[in-house]
Ligand binder design. Structure first.
Ligand code: OGA
Ligand code: MN
Length: 290
C-alpha cells in the first residue's frame, strides 16, 4: 500500500491518505508511518474506528512498549481498566459528565496548558496516539507547536546558552500553577525528573523540550530559570509555529512528544460530552525496528 502525506502547515503536521490502521501489520507500512512522524511530528489519520483493544494493539505494533504513567495515574485509577489507555474525557465511571468540582476534571484542565506528555517521568513519552470517540457538536481544537522550527529560529546566543541545560519537570508543578493542591505524600509521588532542554533527533535536528511541567532549570536560581522557561515557551508557541487540529470523530492523531508541544482548547465541559482515548509509547530504544 502506498501511503502519502499531505502537509497541513508550512512547517510540520500532515494528513495521511486513506488507510485502515487496524489492519496495518506489515513492516514497510509501519516504517513509512515512522518516517512520516520523523518528518512531520504530527500525523492525522481520518476514519479510524478503533476499539480500545485495537488501539492498544496498534500502538504496540507501531512503537513497542506503552507508557502507564502519563497523567496523575499514580493518584487516580483509570475507569478504563488499564493504565496504558489514558481517559481523555470529561466522563465518570458511570458514563456521566463529571461535575464542576470533580478532582479528575480539575486535573485534566491542565491539558489546556502547553505541554508534552509524560515529560515528568523517566522514560518520558515518545509518541502519543489520540483517538476521537465522541465529540461535541462545536468541538474544541487541539493545538500543536513545532519545537524543531522553534529551536531553529532561536538566535545563536540563545542556542549557546541553552545547549547543555537540564530542566526539572513535575506534574505537581503544572497543576499547582493552576491552583491545584497536593498532600505531601502525593507531592512525593509526583516529584518529577530532570530532562535535557535541547534534544537532538537522529537526523541531527535539534528540538526544544519544554512543557508546562518545566519547573526549574538545574543550576540556575528559581527566578532566573523560570524566566528563561517562560521566554522559551512564549517564543515556541508563537502562531507561526502552531497547527490547530479541528477534530472529526474517528480521527487518530499521532504526535511526537520529542519534537512538539500541544494543548487542549476550552469548551463547555460541564454540559457537553467529549471522549478521546490516548495511548503513549515509552521513549526508549525500540525493541524491534521493523
Ligand atoms: C492529551 C492531551 C488534548 C486534548 O491527550 O495528552 O493533551 O485536546 N489532549 O484533549
Ligand atoms: Mn497531553
Amino acid at each position: 500500500m502506498t501511503l502519502a502525506f499531505n502537509p497541513l502547515h508550512p512547517l510540520f503536521a500532515a494528513e495521511a491518505s486513506t488507510i485502515d490502521l487496524r489492519a496495518v501489520r506489515d513492516a514497510a507500512t509501519l516504517a513509512a508511518i515512522r518516517a512520516g512522524m520523523d518528518r512531520y511530528g504530527v500525523l492525522v489519520f481520518r476514519d479510524q474506528p478503533f476499539t480500545d483493544e485495537e488501539q492498544l494493539d496498534f500502538a504496540q505494533r507501531f512503537d513497542g512498549k506503552l507508557h502507564t504513567q502519563t497523567s496523575q495515574a499514580v493518584l487516580v485509577k483509570s475507569r478504563l481498566g488499564t493504565e496504558a489507555l489514558s481517559d481523555i474525557s470529561n466522563v465518570g465511571p458511570n458514563g456521566e459528565i463529571l461535575p464542576p468540582n470533580d478532582r479528575r476534571r480539575m486535573g485534566s484542565l491542565a491539558n489546556r496548558l502547553w505541554h508534552t506528555d509524560a515529560s515528568f517521568v523517566n522514560p518520558p513519552g515518545r509518541y502519543s496516539l489520540l483517538s476521537a470517540r465522541v465529540l461535541p457538536a462545536a468541538s474544541p481544537n487541539t493545538e500543536f507547536a513545532c519545537m524543531r522550527a522553534a529551536y531553529d529560529a532561536l538566535d545563536a546566543e540563545m542556542k549557546k546558552t541553552i545547549e547543555h541545560l537540564k530542566v526539572h519537570h513535575s506534574i505537581a508543578y503544572s497543576r499547582e500553577t493552576l491552583g491545584f493542591e497536593f498532600t505531601p505524600e502525593e507531592k512525593e509521588k509526583l516529584k518529577g525528573v530532570a530532562q535535557p532542554l535541547v534534544r537532538t533527533m537522529k537526523d541531527g535536528r535539534r528540538s526544544l523540550y519544554l512543557a508546562a511541567h518545566a519547573s526549574s532549570v538545574i543550576g540556575m536560581s528559581l527566578a532566573e530559570g523560570r524566566l528563561l522557561i517562560r521566554e522559551l515557551m512564549e517564543h515556541a508557541t508563537q502562531p507561526c509555529f502552531v497547527y490547530s487540529h479541528a477534530w472529526r470523530e474517528r480521527d487518530l492523531v499521532i504526535w511526537d512528544n520529542r519534537t512538539t508541544m500541544h494543548r487542549a482548547r476550552p469548551f463547555d465541559d460541564v454540559k457537553l460530552r467529549r471522549e478521546l482515548r490516548r495511548t503513549t509509547t515509552l521513549d526508549i530504544e525500540p525493541a524491534t525496528v521493523a
